[in-house]
Each structure stands twice: as C-alpha cells, then as structure tokens.
Design a protein around this ligand. Structure first.
Ligand code: ZN
Length: 369
C-alpha cells in the first residue's frame, strides 16, 4: 500500500472498510435484486448482502448465483420460519452425549462456539436425533445466531459483531469415528455453512488434533473453500496459551481447560447457554418468531375442541388452580430465597428461548476435519 490508501485486496469487504469497487459491487448487487424482483425481504440488508459478496470476492455474477441458490434453498427448507417450526425435541438429549454449543464470548465480543464431535458414536447420536432433525437444528441455530446472538453481542460490545469464534475439540478422534454416516453428515454441514450462511465463522481453532487427523483433513479439505481454510488453526494438546489470547479463561468451560463451570444450570456450561443474548430480545425477526411461539403455546392451552362444556368448566377450574399455585410458588420464592428465584427465572427464560446450543458438531468437525 502507499500514499493512495489501501490496495484493493487490503480492504476487508466489511461495512465501513469497502474499496470503491466493493462499494460499487454492493450497489449493483442491490439494484439487480430490486430490478429483477429477486426478493424484497427486509432481512437482506447490506450486511447480509456483503457476506455473500465477500464469499464470492465481489464477483457479481457468482454472488448472484450463490444468492439465488440460497433463496431457493430457504424456500425449500422453510428457513424463514425455522425458529418457529423446527422444534428439535431430541437435541437436549443428544447434548448429553455430545457436548457442544455457544458459551459466552471471545475477547472481541463474538459468540464463542464449542464443539466436541469425537466424544460419541454417530449411530447412537442418530438414534436420538435423526438426520432430518439434526439438519433442522443447524438451520434453526444459524437463524438464532443471526437474529438473536449476534445482535445481542453487538449491543454488548458497542459495535457490530457479524461473526463467531469456534473451537473444535477433536480429542478422541480416530479414523474409526469417520463412518459413512459421519462423512455424509459432515459434508451436509459444510455445505450449509459455506453455501447458505457464508462468512459467519470468523475464526476457528481445532484442538487436540492427533497425527491421524491429517488423514481426515485430506478427505474433507476439497469441500472447504480456501477462504474458510485460512481462518482455521490446528493445534495439539498445548493449545491453552494460544486460546487464552482470544478467549478469557473465565469464558472457557473447565472441561476445555478454562475456569467456567456455569453453575446457573445443573448440567453446566453446555446447557446453560450463557452469553450477552440471555436477556436480549433479538432483532425484529427473532421477536416475530418468539411472538409466534408464544401464540402457539397459548392456543395449545385453549384447544378445547373435543371437550364437552362440563369438562371445559373443569379444565378452566384446574387451570385457575394451577395459576394460583404458580403465584404461590413465586411468592414463596421471592420471600424465602432470592438465589433460587433467580434460577427459576433463568430456567423460564431459557424455556422461552427453546433449546439453546450451537450449530452442530458435524458442521464444525466438518469445516475443519
Ligand atoms: Zn460455563
């Protein structure tokens, strides 16, 4: 670079750091979307479009192709409604054997995602949550990341946060873990991450990589684009010093070598889902989803269809009693034990937010391994 500013390739392509050409590409891309009626969905703001442009190095033709494929895929998967319709009922049970999920933030304020994909057996995992449920879970978690966690992290940091920091612990890896089902999954996860949610992973550490990991990497490497690869750092068992440069030890779970144990949840860090998003309402799309879920819950409560008038009266009476009991319990809590009451609130809040957690083991394992 010289007197005349940064060279073309020294601009990151993020909002606020665009070269003239990148600015022009964004403008052109926006115009095409409008003129060709590709979409008028308000979620696709400039930040959203820039992710696709960066992923295709600001080549309009390639970006447009990627974006149109993405919209088609979203229709097919009903991704706009993912946060409402994908309930993923078995994921909490899956987490018992497969510890993963978002956990606080890194030093830049990015959501810290941890995945430990080599601690369980794929056949057992799929017997708990089948491949369809896992795919829906990925999609739902990506949507929650975009519309809830990242807005919350941005607000907490005081600047726009668009990416996450991922840590993949491959302790326990062996080639035997890479069964056909695992490979298939990993490829699907790589595809979803790269093609439909590009430029979200800001940095990734893969830790505890054994020597044989190289063989696994060779299998998936052709499916991972060069840009993604640059964000990945692989380390053996001496990773703590490097990790702590990016994430404070108190934000790293003890089982990964940090200091956190998340006592707010009886099952600890991977169930607590602690982070700036805890008390955050999310953006308008997250709020719409939350409202729909609340409406659904209400409707379920008042679904008397097959009930007779008599049993409706009875149900109403019972419901009043339950309400009264809840009031009693809450009064009791606030009178006797503030700590307990706080935990109760936490667990209620968490219920409202649905199952927390990250995007997928396979995904992560995938991107790197
Ligand atoms: Zn924790």
């Amino acid at each position: 670079m010289g007197l005349f500013g940064k060279k073309k390739d020294e601009h990151s392509g993020f909002m606020g750091d665009l070269s003239e050409k990148q600015e022009e590409a964004l403008e052109e891309f926006r115009q095409i979307i409008k003129e060709e009626n590709i979409t008028d969905d308000p979620r696709y703001d400039d930040y959203y479009l820039l992710r696709f442009l960066r992923a295709r190095k600001f080549n309009i033709k390639k970006t447009l192709e990627m974006f149109e494929n993405f919209l088609e895929w979203r229709d097919e998967k009903q991704a706009n409604d993912a946060m409402v319709i994908y309930k993923c009922p078995n994921i909490d049970e899956l987490k018992e054997i497969y510890h993963h999920g978002y956990h606080k933030t890194d030093k830049e304020g990015r959501p810290f995602y941890i995945d430990q994909p080599c601690t369980f057996d794929i056949t057992e995992a799929l017997s708990i949550a089948d491949s369809t449920e896992c795919e829906q879970y990925y999609i739902r978690e990506y949507e929650k990341l975009l519309h809830w966690r990242l807005p919350a992290c941005s607000e907490a940091a005081g600047y726009k946060i668009e990416q996450s920091f991922s840590l993949i612990n491959v302790k326990g890896f062996s080639m035997g873990k890479l069964k056909a089902k695992s490979r298939e999954f990993i490829k699907i996860a790589i595809k979803i991450g790269q093609d439909y949610y590009p430029e979200i992973m800001g940095k990734m550490f893969i830790i505890n990589t054994p020597f044989v990991f190289k063989a696994a990497w060779a299998i998936f490497s052709p499916f991972i684009d060069a840009k993604t690869k640059k964000k990945i750092t692989m380390m053996g068992s001496s990773y703590k010093k490097e990790l702590f440069k990016h994430v404070d030890p108190e934000n790293v779970p003890a089982e990964i070598g940090g200091e956190c144990e998340c006592t707010s949840h009886p099952k600890g860090c991977f169930f607590a889902d602690e982070g700036p998003w805890n008390d955050h309402k999310g953006d308008q799309f997250y709020q719409e989803a939350t409202n729909k879920l609340l409406e659904e819950e209400k409707q379920k409560e008042f679904e008397p269809d097959s009930l007779s008038n008599e049993s409706m009266d009875q149900a109403e009476q019972e419901s009043k009693e339950v309400d009264q009991n809840m009031v009693d319990i809450e009064l009791e809590d606030s009178n006797t034990n503030n700590v307990q009451s706080k935990e109760e609130n936490n667990s209620k809040r968490k219920k409202k937010g649905g199952s927390k957690g990250g995007c997928c083991l396979f995904l992560c394992c995938a991107k790197k391994s």
